[in-house]
Design a protein around this ligand. Structure first.
Ligand code: FAD
Length: 638
């Protein structure tokens, strides 16, 4: 079997999903309760999938390492969710969202999947409104929209700066309904340690109870990973501190291929690093670029306060360079330009590593109340952290690691290369190519969770009919023993360095050498340093306390051990891809004016890596990409 058969239905793109659903096998309602499914993750993708499969009548076990699904990282999403409703009558359509997403991803995503994302976006908005999500509305009660980077229409639905929170509360209520109905059993504070493969099919998982340390097995007919992304490999990122790659990584180690690991998104508008001891970076939502204007002084190292710098001495560099899109160029383009002006010495703020995001014009034009209404909570966050009032002085912002387009390779059914193992939301690589457009990630998580997985998982169950199995199978015991041995090893090292000190150092290597700009030399340097640091980690790690109690240092160390390995794969992937595309900027491959220069002749494929063991070179499999509906072209936002 071709390991990378994407199972894309034939026929015109607009009919592929209908064709696929029509061809699917169904499970009789009376038989559904006989099938067990596991959903790991209770963010938007996981909660949506668990609730919908439960509502269909399947037995679902849902796992999260958080104390409640409401703490999933999805809750942090601020800006909005895309839907091609064309409520603003500004030329939007499913086809346009499809095209914007393909182009935004710099032609490194799969057309069929992206079209489906755009197509289902309209259902998503209806679903969310029916759930009672309090999207912003105008005075007459109609749903409001705003714009995000890389597009020229307003199609982003939002709930002030708390869209993820409101969407997750909707998904959580749907999940709670099924928990009460007894179809979903919830396992909070329980972390996946391994996936279990028996006779070529994924048949369950091994978990660790984060309160007692107990290692357990759970069997199922199919397993869904909806476990989020791996941006925290960088240590400093906009993600929740606990977000990690362990679930996807352990699946990779068991044979699921990992796609495009080097496609990591650095978000342009975040609060800059202010201290070496900082443990997190905070996002200032992209929605702010609707009304905020980005600028730096025209004079290098200008120490005047921003309000003392007259208009004629300001460089609104995005508006100048990209007149069509202005401040709303896509994230990769904005982030690189911000880095460039700072590297050239025009940066502002104490570290000179920031640019201004200024609302003075918008306040003059629209009034303070409108700006407060649109972005009030973001201004409050900014004030809480910096002490500054951004209604009066411009925000200082700088790019930060934010989102990962790479993830487990999945086919059109969102199944990984391990039969029976599915991946949804940020955990898969499915739709974003080399750069995600703003407000498309909540969309993907919701589409995967509510609409795609609840159709494709039953098709798998009806087609494969997995044999009954229980956790006494020796493969479960072996996986449990391995999980225990790993925990014992980590807690038994008794060295001198804390988990965080290793993670911080790893993050700096990856940020410096595989961050916003990568070169052959920087990547080779990182590939030399990461294994050395990993070796020291396994010899000199210090964890206080043991494995049979709440031990957050141990939890961290367990996750960091995987960050080491994924960091290496990110560099291997980035080294292999000698072109620049989207967020993957190889300094050797740029146009005369410094934009990413793709090489479609040699790199128009998805990279899917196969694990071959620690210290062994992973094997690259390629899924060729073809563009039938959006012809390959050089991206231009000018
Ligand atoms: C600050 C911020 C703002 C954002 N704003 C927007 C926005 O405005 N619009 C937009 O479209 N996107 C936005 N995004 C991106 C978007 O929020 C995420 O990509 C999306 O919410 C991911 O959802 P998910 O369900 O895939 O994963 P998550 O919400 O990250 O959920 C992961 C779940 O998996 C569980 N889990 C993980 N590993 C394990 C394990 N080993 N064992 C058990 N459970 C596990 C976690 O407990 C959690 O329940 C933003 C991201 C950030 C960081």
């Amino acid at each position: 079997m071709n390991m990378l058969d994407a199972r894309i239905p034939s026929g015109p793109i607009a009919q592929k999903w209908d064709t696929c659903r029509y061809d699917m096998k169904l499970v009789n309602p009376a038989n559904r309760r006989k099938h067990s499914t596991i959903v790991v993750g209770a963010g938007l993708a996981g909660a949506g999938a668990a609730a919908t499969l439960g509502a269909q009548g399947y037995g679902v076990k849902c796992f999260t390492y958080h104390d409640t699904p409401r703490r999933a990282h999805s809750i942090a999403a601020q800006g909005g969710i895309n839907g091609a409703k064309n409520y603003c009558y500004d030329g939007d359509s499913v086809m346009r969202l499809f095209k914007d997403t393909i182009k935004g991803g710099d032609f490194r995503s799969r057309e069929a999947n992206v079209y489906r994302l755009a197509q289902l976006s309209t259902n998503v908005i209806d679903q969310c409104v029916a759930q009672g999500i309090p999207f912003a509305r105008d005075y007459a009660g109609y749903l409001e929209n705003r714009s995000f980077g890389g597009v020229q229409v307003s199609r982003t639905f939002y709930a002030r700066g708390q869209t993820g929170q409101q969407l997750l509360l909707g998904a959580y209520q749907a999940l709670e309904e099924q928990i009460a109905a007894g179809t979903v059993v919830m396992y909070p504070r329980t972390e996946l340690q391994d996936v279990v493969v028996i006779n070529g099919l994924v048949r369950g998982i091994v978990t660790r109870d984060l309160i007692t340390g107990q290692i357990d097995s759970h069997e199922a007919d199919a397993v869904i990973l909806a476990t989020g992304g791996y941006a925290n490999t960088f240590f400093l990122s906009t993600n929740g501190k606990d977000s990690n790659c362990t679930a996807a990584w352990r699946a990779y180690r068991r044979g699921a291929l990992f796609a495009n690991p080097c496609f990591t998104q650095i978000h342009p508008t975040c609060m800059p690093l202010r201290s070496d001891y900082q443990s997190k970076l905070t996002l200032m939502s992209e929605s702010l670029r609707n009304d905020g204007r980005i600028w730096v002084p025209k004079k290098k190292d200008d120490k005047r306060s921003p309000r003392e710098i007259p208009e004629s001495e300001r460089n609104y560099f995005l508006e100048v360079k990209y007149p069509s899109f202005g401040n709303l160029v896509p994230r990769d383009v904005a982030a690189r330009n911000i880095k460039d002006v700072c590297d050239e010495g025009f940066g502002v703020g104490p570290s000179r590593q920031s640019v201004y995001l200024d609302f003075a014009d918008a306040i003059r034009r629209l009034g303070l109340d409108v700006i407060r209404e649109r972005y009030g909570n973001l201004f409050e966050i900014y004030k809480t952290i910096t002490g500054e009032d951004a209604y009066k002085v411009p925000m200082e912002i700088y790019p930060a690691p934010h989102y990962t387009m790479g993830g487990l390779w999945v086919d059109y059914h969102l199944m990984t290369t391990l039969p029976g193992l599915f991946a949804g939301g940020e955990a898969n690589f499915s739709d974003m190519g080399a750069n995600r457009l703003g407000a498309n990630s909540l969309l993907q998580a919701v589409v995967d969770g509510y609409f795609i997985l609840p159709a494709t998982v039953p098709d798998y169950l009806a087609s494969v009919k997995p044999e009954p199995i229980d956790t006494h199978h020796p493969t479960f015991s072996e996986a449990e023993d391995e999980a225990r041995a790993r925990i014992d090893k980590l807690s038994g090292i008794r060295g001198k360095r804390s988990p965080d000190s290793f993670h911080r150092e790893l993050g700096k290597i990856i940020w410096d050498d595989c961050g916003m700009a990568r070169s052959d030399a920087s990547l080779r340097r990182a590939l030399g340093r990461i294994p050395e640091l990993r070796e020291e980690f396994w010899k000199n790690l210090c964890i206080v306390g043991g494995g049979e109690e709440v031990n957050q240092a141990l939890e961290k160390a367990n996750r960091i051990s995987d960050f080491f390995e994924i960091a290496e794969l990110m560099c291997i992937d980035a080294l292999d891809r000698k072109e620049s595309c989207g967020c993957h900027f190889r300094v050797e491959s740029q146009t005369a004016d410094g934009e990413a220069k793709r090489d479609d002749a040699d790199y128009c494929y998805v990279s899917a890596w196969e694990w071959k063991g620690l210290g062994q070179s992973p094997v690259l499999h390629k899924e060729p990409l073809t563009f039938e509906y959006v012809p390959l072209s050089q991206r231009s936002y000018k």
